[in-house]
Design a protein around this ligand. Sequence first.
Ligand SMILES: NC(=O)c1ccc[n+]([C@@H]2O[C@H](COP(=O)([O-])OP(=O)(O)OC[C@H]3O[C@@H](n4cnc5c(N)ncnc54)[C@H](OP(=O)(O)O)[C@@H]3O)[C@@H](O)[C@H]2O)c1
Length: 261
Amino acid sequence: MPDLTGKIAVVTGSSSGIGRAIALRLAASGAKVVVHAGRNQAGADSVCDEILRLGGESQALVCDFRDRDARLRFVAAAWEIWGGVDYWVNNAGADVLTGANRELTFSEKLQLLWQVDVEATIELSREIGRRLRDSQRDAAAIVNIGWDQSERGMEGDSGEMFATTKSAITAFSRSLARTLAPQVRVNVVAPGWIKTSWGETASEIWSQRAIAESLLQRWGTPADIAAAVEFLVSPDSAFITGHVLPVNGGLNHAHLQQRTE
Ligand SMILES: NC(=O)c1ccc[n+]([C@@H]2O[C@H](COP(=O)([O-])OP(=O)(O)OC[C@H]3O[C@@H](n4cnc5c(N)ncnc54)[C@H](OP(=O)(O)O)[C@@H]3O)[C@@H](O)[C@H]2O)c1
């Protein structure tokens, strides 16, 4: 594990799932972490409690990213806590697959994903990118979260929604890497099927499909993604920017091909 002592990290959407694992991993490596929740204050507080047990330091902030003005206030508030930021991870994503949002129409789901995943990632990245560059932080990094099948595409409502939104994040991130170089590195982690809230309740058919689509023949875990994010913020990846790193156990093209034949 890299030594991130003295570094300050913000992980959006870290009240559960992948974000929670990222926050815990960065804290275990010594970073102070701003833990963010959209609504789930209790979830964020429990992550902070775990960080405290690890001997680390953290602070919880709640902000609904559907609110445009609140996004900029969130960056300012996160920056204020310890007088700056070194690493910013845009992980927050609207859950349109479980809970009440499952009942929304396709357009409503798309709008929600657009606001929370795409617009918020773009606006938060631009604002923090400007601050990181102007303050000349040493070795600053932004990591955004995409999806491994966004370029290839996937059939159905979920494929159409997630390919559109996650491809937008990836395209934006590649451009931002050019804007912010050489001061700030910007990379994307593109997860495959990761067992979080949707994966826990997925049907047997979907579960088998998730496993078959990975060459390593298993679901991914939040810890798999956290390890990749940590690599991309740490000095171990100092010569990498504008890169998209799929973390999916290797996409099983032969299986995908059979399914569409
Ligand atoms: N799981 C997968 O297979 C997979 C695959 C590819 C990409 N991803 C991406 O990975 C990221 C994390 O996914 P996950 O599976 O860990 O999901 P998750 O457990 O549902 O976590 C989503 C996080 O986003 C936050 N969030 C949701 N709506 C928000 C809003 N309106 N404003 C601010 N924050 C909001 C949630 O906060 P609250 O609950 O506190 O509101 C939560 O902390 C997402 O961007 C997702 O699209 C996941």
